[in-house]
Design a protein around this ligand. Structure first.
Ligand SMILES: [Zn+2]
Length: 132
């Protein structure tokens, strides 16, 4: 055990990754946990940096997740529009009437097939056609 200079920063630092450790050469200017530390190695400063880093990664991660969700929704919408288009082409009278019931907020296809959104209304419509 190396005897540490009590006037210097209490932190032990690595000369290079994997090399020996030595006591930080800077003067101890902050007292925390009964020891003196330089501004960089004070436990509160170390923790603040770690917290800031964690927050930064969390924000980055959240942004990535949001982007992935947005991409997924966009491709699902495109897929749905394509399904609608294909159905409209196949419909007997050549058209699909898509409406919104403003009292219930539901999506309505050809006046009969309802759903809380276009997907549900489409599913009801497709189901009815496959039963024909
Ligand atoms: Zn230090």
């Amino acid at each position: 055990m190396i005897k540490r200079d009590p006037k210097r920063c209490h932190a032990m630092v690595m000369a290079r990754p994997g090399w020996y450790k030595y006591q930080c050469a800077r003067r101890g200017v902050v007292e925390e946990d009964g020891q003196l530390w330089c501004k960089q190695h004070a436990p509160s400063a170390v923790k603040a940096r770690a917290d800031a880093r964690t927050l930064k990664y969390e924000e980055k991660w959240d942004a990535m997740k949001k982007q992935a969700v947005a991409r997924k929704e966009a491709s699902r919408d495109a897929e749905q529009m394509n399904r609608l288009y294909q159905l409209a082409k196949k419909a007997k009278n050549g058209r699909l009437a898509l409406n919104v019931d403003w009292t219930s907020g539901e999506c309505v296809i050809n006046g009969n097939y309802r759903g809380k959104d276009m997907r549900e209304a489409l599913d009801a419509f497709i189901k009815s056609r496959s039963e024909d």
